[in-house]
Ligand binder design. Structure first.
Ligand SMILES: [Ca+2]
Ligand SMILES: [Ca+2]
Length: 368
């Protein structure tokens, strides 16, 4: 056989193998769901930050699998409240340089005389929304904002009470990590039980009494529940990382619910009707404790709380401070104003605070 023909046959064979290998390999990649690569950039979909290759990352893409869809222009949306519209325009001020709504990720529209947030449901990329101190009553427009991680609603304490009476929409905002609801007449927080990522919660000045919905929030570290109608927080004892708990101006009459809160470092129980501190005796992680304005007479149960940096016991009926005098060192700040303690002990504390360089707010005007 002619050597040229043999050479041609071998060459064709090799070429065919190459075509089959390359072509076959490519089509296998695209049809195999395990290594699907929609935009063919060599990065598999499950690890590709921009699956459709349209330049918008998946989390900023209204349809991460359609290269023809990213997000509508902000100028195509309408908002019924001119003041809300004005706040958005102030935040994204150049209408000529129109923006896609995927850049509208944070809005601070507090104190802006806004009565309706209708239209916000289209700002689906919103992650942080501050809309407190306005005239809102209907917050159901938040239901589509699944990316929200931070939300402030309600009014400041000094303002009129908020008209918001229905917060059921919040149960769908499962990405929330920080939520503030203040100065409302709300008394049912059950919508919050679904917010499994909630870390910081302010519910100041409302009418809540039952806090059990918070028991299912494993990430909660800070709860500010001042100015409500709470008398029992025992349901919160199993929240693993709860570190700061504020319950000033509530309806607590004892400290029994606190005996299991061993991880707390900050506890504010001021302005309640507490007489007995026995529930605090093993909270040895506490560094800041306020019992201001209660009905405490005996503080001997605090003897083990040697890690306290600040303790406010002002405006109580404390008649003995021997527990505090037995500590090797005073807290950095000790407040005993307006208590009937022995004047000799008051003087002793003044002297010790002076020598230790700590702050002592004395009981000189009320000591006996
Ligand atoms: Ca890809
Ligand atoms: Ca994309």
């Amino acid at each position: 056989m002619n050597t040229l023909i043999i050479f041609k046959k071998i060459f064709c064979c090799l070429l065919l193998i190459t075509i089959v290998a390359c072509g076959g390999g490519g089509s296998t990649d695209k049809s195999d769901p395990i290594i699907a690569d929609l935009d063919g950039d060599g990065i598999a979909d499950d690890v590709d930050p921009d699956i459709d290759g349209d330049g918008a990352d998946n989390e900023d893409d209204l349809d991460p699998r359609d290269p023809d869809v990213i997000a509508p222009l902000l100028s195509t949306l309408t908002f019924v409240d001119d003041n809300f519209s004005g706040c958005i325009n102030n935040a994204y001020p150049d209408p000529a340089d129109d923006v896609l709504i995927n850049v509208v990720t944070a809005l601070d529209c507090h104190d802006a005389d806004i009565n309706s947030i209708e239209g916000v449901e289209n700002l689906v990329f919103l992650r942080e929304f501050k809309i407190y101190n306005n005239g809102l009553s209907d917050i159901s427009w938040l239901s589509e904002l699944e990316r929200l991680t931070l939300l402030f609603i309600g009014n400041a304490e000094a303002m009129e009470v908020s008209n918001i009476v229905d917060i059921s929409v919040l149960s769908s905002l499962s990405e929330l990590t920080e939520l503030r609801i203040s100065n409302t007449t709300l008394n049912d927080m059950s919508a919050l039980s679904a917010l499994a990522k909630l870390d910081i919660l302010y519910l100041i000045k409302n009418e809540f009494s039952d806090v059990t919905p918070l028991a299912s929030l494993p990430e909660l570290t800070q709860a500010y529940l001042n100015n409500n109608k709470i008398s029992d927080v025992s349901s919160l004892a199993n929240i693993p990382n709860l570190n700061r708990l504020e319950l000033a101006h509530n309806e607590l009459i004892n400290t029994n619910s606190f005996s299991s809160f061993s991880g707390l470092s900050f506890l504010h129980l001021g302005h309640n009707q507490i007489t007995d501190l026995s529930g605090l005796s093993n909270l040895t992680s506490l560094s800041i404790l306020s019992l201001k304005d209660n009905l405490v007479t005996d503080i001997s149960q605090l003897s083990a709380l040697i890690n306290l940096i600040l303790i406010d016991l002002s405006d109580n009926q404390i008649n003995s401070v021997s527990t505090i005098l037995s500590w090797a060192e005073l807290p950095s700040v000790l407040i005993l104003t307006s208590n009937p303690i022995p004047c000799l002990d008051d003087q002793a504390l003044i002297t010790r605070a002076g020598s230790q360089g700590s702050e002592y707010q004395d009981a000189t005007t009320t000591c006996i």
